[in-house]
Ligand binder design. Structure first.
Ligand code: M6R
Length: 581
């Protein structure tokens, strides 16, 4: 969480470009923002509470600037806690968590007058105190960061030394190489308008940017290293909202094409992936939040299509299962961003025991993709809304394809997915959206909503709950259809809205049980049924049904958010990329 962005160069619009580029990192956190620029008078800092997209930065000429968009971890959403933080002549922006910061803060309280409640200010203090010993900036940084436990990325400016210093351990940092400016950011969209030529900073590496020159060091050996320039494929256009009011609806509608894009995998990559799975003594599929639900759907695909049992675990729960991860284990990581901290911790553990890391990720340049033996790209383009939509269906598309590849029925799987993609294209149209909006209108004031599904639609019931919760703040809960009568049915009262995924006989029986206790039933299925008070039709996608059934729920969640007056792109308390544990 938090976006950091720095620019050095031979031209003087660094601060303006940081301000503009930082808006493309706002999805990483939008509690407050700040920019530090180097002027003739020294380093000037501007900070504001609130979203950077609502902020203003007075134009100032500067060759160098750093900026930060915050998702609050340590300390409330206040100006004092906003970045950049200054201690003496050291200015820092920080993404990540300094887990043991209190130990140092307590020790230093007599020496340093801390102004914020953040862990980040303690990093600035540690660097400052090292500098007081008369060492160089790189020595001060190298020593100071040794004290930090946790995952982080920092950018540092010094009053008396030009240039920007960057250190990475666990949180992403990518350099962009322009003709007149060099960029360093938590994610590529910050500078994609300017350049698509990048260098990846790896863990325990440091960079020094000055004008358009960059030096890299390995923090362990202290030696200088060289980096290969890599051209990334994303174009800037696709990271833009275009004519749509929000990224969320833009990304939902893009599913008319994105399923087809996700299908388009390199066959030899898929074969290599399957080879690694077949060789493995055990398979774990991990993910967080929505990606975990895509992993659960993939578990059903493997069971139903390939007759193969795989273990699906939320990445944050993998600790208990680590003992089963050995050199012959395959860990399949599903992640839109490829930077989620809970996943990267498992990846690091897997690497330490020589297990095979495989991934399905939308960001082909991410830390996860780079750590994987085979990384299948989801190919749906940048997903900017906090609520995952097109990446989810893209991930499930690949999960489905893999299950068929495992079963040696790749072409059959391809055919089903191509059919689903064509049907989704027909399904998503303005009339369909209007119909869903009218359903949202009827239930927008309800504080509770339940969703049930059976088989591979059960994970979609859980996913539906996440989607509705995160953007509308309605208390939505998903259940396996058959589980309701074992307890949750006690929650049903007259008028409680219940979404029923599927129209198979058993699920319909469960819907009837709900209705006879007063529930209002919204059916999402291929066929209509008299128990439904409202019906959202979805095309028949055979075993790939989760892919199509989740889409009306995404649209419903979006309209709930609008009707309840919330910003669906930037819901409260959330950030797109969860890079802290
Ligand atoms: O980038 P990742 O796919 O690893 O992110 C995982 C979750 O944080 C993410 O899916 C989250 O649950 C979304 N906000 C759901 O819409």
């Amino acid at each position: 969480m938090c976006g950091i962005f720095g620019i050095t160069g031979t031209v003087t619009d660094a601060a303006d470009n940081v301000f503009v580029g930082l808006k493309n990192l706002e999805y990483r956190g939008y509690d407050s923002w700040g920019v530090a620029l180097r002027s003739h008078e020294g380093i000037e800092i501007t900070k504001q509470v609130g979203k950077i997209s609502d902020g203003e930065l007075a134009t100032s000429l500067a060759h160098e600037a750093v900026g930060h968009s915050r998702w609050a971890t340590h300390g409330g959403v206040t100006l004092e806690n906003s970045h950049p933080h200054r201690v003496g002549n050291v200015v820092v922006v920080h993404n990540g968590i300094f887990e043991n910061y209190l130990e140092y803060k307590t020790k230093l309280e007599d020496t340093i007058e801390f102004k914020s409640e953040t862990d980040s200010e303690v990093i600035a203090a540690l660097i400052y105190l090292e500098l007081q010993k008369g060492v160089s900036p790189e020595e001060a940084l190298t020593t100071a960061v040794q004290n930090i436990e946790g995952r982080f990325a920092i950018l540092v400016m010094f009053d008396d030394t030009p240039g920007i210093w960057a250190v990475r351990r666990g949180s992403p940092l990518i350099l962009g190489r322009g003709d007149e400016q060099t960029f360093i950011a938590s994610d590529i969209p910050a500078f994609l308008e300017k350049t698509n030529v990048v260098n990846y900073l790896d863990d325990n590496q440091m960079a020094y940017l000055y004008n358009t020159d960059v030096d890299f060091w390995d923090l362990h050996t202290g030696e200088k290293i060289t980096k290969r320039n890599i051209e990334v494929e994303w174009d800037f256009e696709s990271a833009d909202k275009g004519e749509h009011p929000h990224f969320m609806i833009k990304e939902i509608l893009e599913q008319k094409e994105t399923i087809a894009r996700a299908i388009n995998q390199e066959r030899d990559q898929v074969d290599e992936f399957i080879k690694a799975l077949k060789k493995a003594g055990g398979i774990y599929i991990i993910g967080c939040g929505t990606a975990h639900k895509a992993a659960m759907a993939t578990e059903y695909f493997f069971a139903q299509i390939a007759g193969k049992k795989v273990n699906v675990v939320a990445a944050s729960e993998m600790d208990a299962f680590k003992t089963f991860v050995r050199a012959n284990t395959a860990i399949v990581c599903i992640s839109q961003s490829g930077e989620t901290a809970d996943i990267m911790e498992v990846v690091e553990y897997a690497e330490s025991v020589d297990a095979t890391v495989l991934s399905i990720t939308n960001v082909a340049s991410s830390s996860l993709a780079r750590a994987s033996k085979v990384a299948l790209p989801v190919k749906v383009g940048p997903e900017k809304a906090v609520a995952s939509t097109k990446a989810t269906t893209g991930q499930m598309t690949i999960g489905f394809l893999l299950a068929h590849a495992y079963a040696d029925t790749f072409n059959k799987g391809l055919g089903i997915l191509l059919g689903a993609a064509a049907n989704i294209n027909d399904m998503i149209n303005p009339r369909y959206e209007e119909h869903i909006e009218s359903v949202a209108q009827e239930f927008k004031d309800n504080e509770n909503l339940f969703i049930i599904g059976r088989g591979s639609l059960y994970p979609m019931a859980l996913e539906a709950a996440i989607k509705i919760q995160e953007v509308s703040y309605i208390h939505a809960q998903g259940f396996a259809a058959g589980e309701l009568k074992h307890g949750p049915i006690a929650l049903i009262e007259k008028g409680t809205p219940c979404i029923v995924l599927g129209d198979d006989q058993e699920t319909i029986s469960n819907a009837i049980e709900l209705k006879s206790r007063g529930a209002v039933i919204i059916g999402i299925s291929t066929g209509e049924h008299e128990v439904f008070d409202h019906w959202l039709r979805v095309p028949d996608a055979e075993m790939a049904q989760p892919l199509v059934s989740v889409i009306p729920i995404q649209i419903l969640a979006y309209h709930f958010a609008l009707l309840r007056g919330h910003d669906p792109d930037m819901p409260r308390n959330l950030a797109k990329s969860v890079t802290v544990k």
